[in-house]
Design a protein around this ligand. Structure first.
Ligand code: MG
Length: 286
């Protein structure tokens, strides 16, 4: 794989075939895929997805774990509903997360991505210890299948994430760095935080955002390059960290505008790579 191949975040739904063809046409070569629901993870369904990927010559670099009942409507609702932190759903979601690990392995992906949810900031909180155990159990399960487990940034500060990362203490643990989330949730400064956790970053979301004027409320996601992340700097820091993983564009809107913004984002990332001398073999690839 060439250094920092460009990718797009897609969902494994009925639109996957068209989406993969679009991704290819836009000039990207990889995808991160949000997992399909339970009833669409049969061996037959997996073979179908593999064929669509092969036909489009697209590589899947991560399968993202998601659960029914999650809502990103407001930040407090995220805290109640998202990931493996909410206690009421933790056990059943851990079981489902393992099944998604099975799906990712069968698909040939090298890892799974997960939003843990709002990790308690107090390391002495008994719930913190339970969440650490949950993450260890999932990391061990997917690790036995040869997969990494990538924790997405944003719902906690980089400092809390780093401590959690060390407390979980598993070799196959990595970070999926989403710079925009730190702005959207108001939890950090993307470029500074990237330097802080950079040695663990094995994947990232190329997403941009502008912060909210009101503390505790969502910031606003923007097309890549139009927010406050400073994308060329973001790529430059990734390079300085020795990062060579995919640059996966995530644009969390739908319809034609989403497609138009992704196309522009691919062009922006190509330019950033070119300006920084990041390419393929140096003679025939770009
Ligand atoms: Mg993200």
């Amino acid at each position: 794989m060439q250094a920092m191949p460009i990718g797009v975040f897609v969902s494994a739904g009925p639109e996957l075939k068209d989406k993969l063809q679009f991704v290819k046409k836009a000039g990207a070569t990889t995808v991160q895929m949000h997992c399909p629901p339970k009833d669409a993870r049969s061996p037959e369904a997996i073979e179908k997805i593999k064929k669509l990927l092969a036909d489009a010559d697209i590589e899947v670099t991560l399968v993202f774990i998601g659960f029914p009942g999650e809502s990103y409507a407001t930040i407090p609702i995220v805290a109640q509903t998202v990931g493996l932190v909410p206690k009421a759903t933790r056990a059943e979601r851990l079981t489902e997360a393992k099944q998604i690990g099975d799906f990712a392995a069968a698909l040939g992906a090298p890892g799974v991505g997960v939003h843990m949810g709002f990790i308690p900031e107090d390391a002495n909180d008994p719930e913190y210890k339970e969440v650490v155990k949950t993450a260890q159990e999932l990391a061990d399960y997917v690790g036995k299948k040869g997969l990494r487990m990538h924790l997405e940034t944003g719902q906690e500060s980089a400092k809390v994430l780093l401590r959690f990362f060390k407390d979980v203490g598993r070799e196959n643990l990595a970070i999926n760095f989403d710079p925009a989330n730190l702005i959207l949730y108001g939890t950090g400064q993307p470029l500074e935080d990237l330097k802080l956790v950079g040695r663990y970053v094995k994947s990232c979301h190329c997403k941009d955002a502008a912060k909210s004027a009101v503390k505790g409320e969502w910031g606003r996601e923007t097309p890549l390059g139009e927010g406050e992340v400073i994308i060329p700097e973001f790529i430059k820091i990734l390079k300085s960290l020795g990062y060579s993983g995919p640059l996966t564009i995530e644009r969390e809107i739908s319809g034609d505008q989403q497609l138009a913004d992704i196309k522009k984002a691919v062009e922006l990332l190509k330019k950033c790579k070119k300006d920084l001398g990041i390419g393929g073999c140096g003679c025939c690839c770009s």
